[in-house]
Write a protein that binds this ligand. Structure first.
Ligand SMILES: [Zn+2]
Ligand SMILES: [Zn+2]
Length: 203
């Protein structure tokens, strides 16, 4: 397959042929239809993430169609339209058991702990614990934005901030996460919440 590869941190990336990924016994290989570009990809490229080994293929905001699954995968089959959360979980540890996969003790991220979605195909481990089905009406581009920036923003506004209708939300920094917090706050998650988003948004 073709993939975007870097051999050294901070040095130019190259599109080249690399071996196709193979699904683990409980994993899947997804044919990438859309992938986001995130500040976290920049941190990985610059060498700020100790989990990355070289050479490396970045990319963690992805959506696509399942190409193949391992023999132990129960819930997915080739052809299914899917995305994944930024934090891919093991599905078996104590954190996963209480529904807190985002702090899984053995968490993985495509594009960090293994090769990611700046490629034609990406492996997803523990497929039954991590894949999320896409409605037919949702585009791949929209779906690729959900697992990292929107999931982060939703948890910040709704889960941690516990914002209530009628309250205000100030967003300092309008990158992908900040703008997603704007969408969640202004109606996607908490109807009726006012929003002030620096430097220019005021909803
Ligand atoms: Zn991201
Ligand atoms: Zn876990």
């Amino acid at each position: 397959m073709r993939a975007v590869v870097f051999e050294e941190f901070g040095k130019p990336l190259e599109v080249r042929e690399v071996p196709d990924p193979v699904a683990a016994h409980d994993g899947a290989v997804v044919r990438v239809e859309a992938t986001g570009l995130c500040r976290s990809d920049w941190h990985g490229w610059m060498g700020h993430d100790s989990g990355i080994t070289l050479p490396h293929v970045p990319g963690h905001e992805l959506s696509g169609v399942i190409e193949s699954v391992g023999g132990d995968v129960a819930n997915w089959r080739p052809g299914d339209r899917v995305t994944v959360p930024f934090i891919c979980a093991c599905g078996r540890c104590a954190a996963c058991a209480r529904g807190a996969q985002q702090v899984c003790e053995r968490q993985e991220q495509p594009g960090f702990t293994h090769w990611g979605s700046f490629a034609e195909y990406v492996p997803v481990h523990h497929a039954d614990a991590n894949l999320v089905a896409l409605p037919e009406t949702m585009s791949f581009a929209t779906a690729a934005s959900l697992g990292c920036r929107f999931a982060t923003a939703f948890r910040a506004v709704v889960g941690q901030g516990r914002v209530r209708p009628g309250e205000g939300v100030a967003v300092h920094g309008c990158g992908g996460g900040g703008r997603s917090a704007g969408v969640v706050s202004a109606g996607g998650g908490v109807p009726g919440v006012g929003l002030a988003c620096a430097p220019r948004w005021l909803v």
